[in-house]
Write a protein that binds this ligand. Structure first.
Ligand code: ATP
Length: 351
């Protein structure tokens, strides 16, 4: 028996979309559970917007099929279900509010005339923390409030799926963090299943339940944020999501021999590999007061960010590694340090 929380709302199976000679989306298979907030993450041109538009019905796949809420909405060449009949709500990057309509009228747009209409508008305004602002015009609202109106309008007809196209890119950095968590809370309160597109990995990791990484039209990995960060499926995902040190090495069982000595590893079990270590798991101690044996090297760079700092070290064997440390007193460029891996490495087949 399927329960409400684990029911699959969206299924894409081997979906392909071409524009002339460009395969924008290639054989993408993906499932989204009810109530899940999924981020489509990837660099510019990787196919994330096209995937969103395929779900919305603004594009039709050349191959594969899409199901939303148990209904086949697109299937290869056959006639697709039009956007307005897919039970999908859309929040556009520029919000696309009607400038000449009040907040209430914007939200009412798309709701059928019925006795419950007025109640639903008030319900959604409360859900999106817009109570009391129903009679304002869009230009009388802040950027964050305008976005909540767009979200309210998308949520009002109780869609099976909400799609958000780069929802935070129009907000300045100071507002973005706050609006992100508000949108996350609203979607959770509404019990909505949602997909949002972003190229910002911090944004994806901090608010999504699941992150789907796309690279060159392919869906490379879909996983919860922690898994994606700590166990990236490929070297390319490791590089795109966060910062990474790659060390060539030779794996034997659960260990890999690298320029940083022998490190425990997960992944490839034998032969030449590349070992990936996040900078925050590379620890430094000053020579000669080191408390543990490590490899030795010289600090060649330091970037101070306030909440943390990134120290670049050239090991005596010539290999460079980065270490992320707290904001305390740093290691000056030129100082000698002992370097150690403080976590298992993830290994990928070596080239
Ligand atoms: P961005 O972050 O820059 O918006 P994206 O990951 O969302 O990028 P898409 O917009 O999905 O990428 O584009 C994927 C590829 O398909 C790109 O090479 C793009 O140039 C191409 N493409 C997208 N839409 C069209 C179109 N209507 N006509 C022709 N090519 C297109």
């Amino acid at each position: 028996m399927t329960t409400k929380s684990d029911a699959t709302v969206v299924r894409l199976r081997e979906v392909t979309k071409r524009f002339g000679g460009v395969e924008a989306v290639r054989d993408v298979s993906l499932e989204i559970r009810r109530g899940e907030l999924l981020s489509l993450l990837g660099p510019s041109g990787c196919g994330k917007t096209t995937t969103l538009r395929l779900l919305a019905g603004f594009e039709n796949p050349d191959g594969g099929w899409i199901e939303i809420d148990g209904r086949r909405v697109a299937d290869g060449g056959s006639a697709p279900v039009p956007p307005e009949h897919r039970r999908v709500g859309m929040v556009f990057q520029d919000y696309a509010l009607f400038p000449h309509l009040t907040v209430e009228k914007n939200v009412a747009y798309g709701l059928p005339r019925s006795a419950k209409r007025k109640n639903r508008i008030q319900e959604v305004l409360a859900l999106t923390r817009l109570d009391g602002l129903g009679n304002r015009m869009p230009h009388e609202l802040s950027g964050g409030q305008q976005q909540r109106v767009a979200l309210a309008r998308a949520l009002a007809p109780e869609p099976a799926l909400v799609l958000l196209d780069e929802p935070f890119s129009n907000l300045d950095a100071a507002l973005r963090g706050q609006v992100r968590s508000e949108v996350r809370e609203i979607l959770t309160d509404a019990g909505a299943t949602a997909v949002f597109v972003t190229h910002d990995q911090e944004e994806a990791l901090s608010i999504a339940d699941e992150v789907a990484v796309m690279l060159e039209g392919n869906l490379v990995q879909k996983a919860p944020p922690e898994e994606l960060y700590h166990r990236p499926a490929t070297r390319e995902v490791a590089e795109f999501v966060g910062e990474a040190n790659f060390l060539s090495g030779v794996a034997e069982g659960s260990c890999v021999r690298t320029a940083l000595g022998e490190i425990e590893c997960r992944g490839a079990s034998g032969g030449e590999v590349e070992a990936m270590l996040r900078p925050e798991f590379v620890t430094l101690s000053k020579l000669p007061e080191q408390e543990y044996p490590g490899c030795e090297g010289t600090v060649v760079g330091r970037e101070f960010y306030g909440h943390d700092q990134l120290i670049k070290v050239r090991l005596d064997c010539g290999v460079e590694v980065s270490s992320r440390l707290g904001p305390g007193p740093g290691f000056r460029v030129g100082s000698r340090v002992s370097v150690r891996a403080a976590s298992p490495a993830v290994t990928y087949p070596g080239g």
